[in-house]
Design a protein around this ligand. Structure first.
Ligand SMILES: *Cc1c(COP(=O)(O)O)cnc(C)c1O
Length: 464
């Protein structure tokens, strides 16, 4: 399978190249040239498969010209064996036709483990085959960093450097990153904010000379392999509630549009999905585009759901590429205008977006109220991101006879503040993590200065 850039200029690549490349050289994002599709009968025949076998079925067509079936099998088996629930992605029923899909049973208690546990293994495998090394550099405001570190820590061919804003991530999130002891893992606490971290990563990708021949790799959701791995749980959830014969609906707490885009792809691949709801917090650019054709940057506000505090959702470009009939020049032009101005989609294109998605923005107060209400009614504790998804699913529901499945993207223990604000007791760390606060931490505090950070990387990378 070939992968092409959303801006139409960069060369087409195969899976292996896309995995290691991240962003395309023309500034676009890679997408498959053609999606594999499955018939309803074929999907129905997977109903009895455990999660890792289903993952193999869904992922195999995307990678088969680069990765042997036996190798892929081994990697998905190992990836999902590390999850602490035998269903991997269990469903919990909260109301009539209302479900949450728990995606927080991986090692760092958030859904990013589904992709990053596999991504680390895929990269390691491909690099071993090529006899190469790669340097992962990423910025995090919390969840991505710990999931990426957990995904890469066992690799013999990767060094990973994660920048977080010094003193500006929650203690659980910091400790999940800094208590990992591995000689290829480097935590940098940057004396700046998250935007400074991100800028430093961007500048380093743009000019990699400081690494003297080694290359940088990306673990954020611009990396196609992350999206690919997330398609699987839409199939799993559907099969668990009577799909594919019975259509289902999903509500997805959204930041960078990565997770919901995977749901859109599942639908394009043949899974009967009746409705996709985009749920945002007050950083609501996606809700404004979908509901009012207003694609303009707002002010970034800090909310109780920090993993969705994102001003510009990078993966939305992948959707626009389809909506504009895969016209790379049109996307290139649109994104260039968007860099400086608010833009509107052509009326017919916007109509297509509206056909595909519903949306809602949910504020902090409503989030806390829902956490309190659901706990009172069912005893179930929602994390704030999941609560936003659930609220949006309720607000946008078009057909109550169809199961509405909200993606539960994090365990509530990661975000205790809204739980406490809702008047509830702060949740306990799960068993394997109970001593998180006693474990020693490893991180380097560095000045907000590109040359300081790059010198640190250059002196700590492992050469081939
Ligand atoms: C990353 C994250 C999100 C947003 O996911 P996107 O793929 O960026 O849309 C939502 N909730 C949690 C807990 C996250 O960590």
């Amino acid at each position: 399978m070939k992968y092409i850039s959303t801006r139409g200029q960069a060369p087409a690549l195969n899976f292996e190249e896309v995995l290691l490349a991240g962003l395309a050289s023309d500034g676009g994002l890679y997408v498959p040239e053609m999606l594999p599709t499955f018939s309803t009968e074929e999907i129905a025949s997977w109903a009895a498969l455990p999660y890792h076998e289903l993952a193999f079925k869904v992922i195999q067509p995307f990678v088969s010209d680069c990765i042997d079936d036996a190798d892929l099998k081994k990697m998905v088996d190992e990836t999902y064996a590390a999850f602490d629930h035998s269903a991997v992605a269990p469903l919990v029923q909260l109301g009539s036709n209302e479900w949450v899909l728990e995606l927080f049973h991986g090692p760092t208690l958030a859904f990013k483990d589904f992709a990053l546990q596999l991504l680390g293994r895929l990269m390691d495998h491909v690099l071993a085959k090529r006899g190469e090394r790669l340097v992962i550099m990423g910025a995090t405001s919390g969840d991505t960093g710990s999931a990426a570190i957990e995904g890469c820590r066992h690799s013999d061919h990767l060094d990973i450097f994660i920048l977080h804003p010094h003193k500006r991530v929650s203690e659980v999130q910091r400790r999940q990153m800094t208590t990992v002891k591995a000689d290829n893992v480097f935590n940098i606490a940057l004396q700046g904010n998250f935007d400074d971290c991100q800028q430093m990563v961007k500048d380093s990708f743009a000019d990699q000379a400081f690494l003297k021949g080694l290359k940088l790799g990306a673990v954020n959701s611009i990396n196609w392999a992350r999206i690919m791995a997330q398609i699987v749980y839409y199939f799993a959830a559907s099969l668990a509630v009577g799909g594919p014969q019975r259509p289902v609906a999903f509500s997805v707490p959204t930041g960078n549009f990565g997770d919901i885009f995977a749901g859109y792809l599942a639908k394009q691949m043949g899974l009967p999905i009746a409705q996709l709801v985009v749920a945002t917090n007050r950083n609501d650019i996606l809700h404004r585009v979908i509901s009012g054709n207003d694609m303009s940057r707002g002010e970034l506000v800090h909310t109780l759901s920090p993993s969705m505090d994102i001003m510009v959702s990078s993966n939305f470009e992948r959707l626009l590429f389809d909506v504009y009939d895969r016209d790379g020049a049109a996307i290139s032009d649109l994104m260039a205008r968007f860099r400086t101005d608010a833009v509107q989609l052509d009326a017919a294109r916007w109509a297509k977006v509206r056909e595909l998605f519903d949306s809602q923005a949910v504020d902090d107060e409503t989030t806390c109220n829902l956490i309190r209400e659901v706990h009172a009614q069912t005893g179930y504790l929602l994390d704030p991101h999941t609560a936003i998804g659930l609220q949006a699913g309720r607000d946008c529901n078009r057909d109550r006879s169809i199961p509405m499945i909200t993606l539960a993207t994090a365990h509530p223990v990661k975000f205790p503040e809204p739980v406490i604000k809702a008047g509830l007791e702060s949740p306990q760390l799960p068993e394997g993590m109970a001593d998180l606060f006693e474990r020693p931490e490893h991180y380097e505090v560095l000045a907000n200065d590109l040359s300081v950070v790059q010198a640190f990387l250059a002196s700590h990378v492992h050469k081939a």
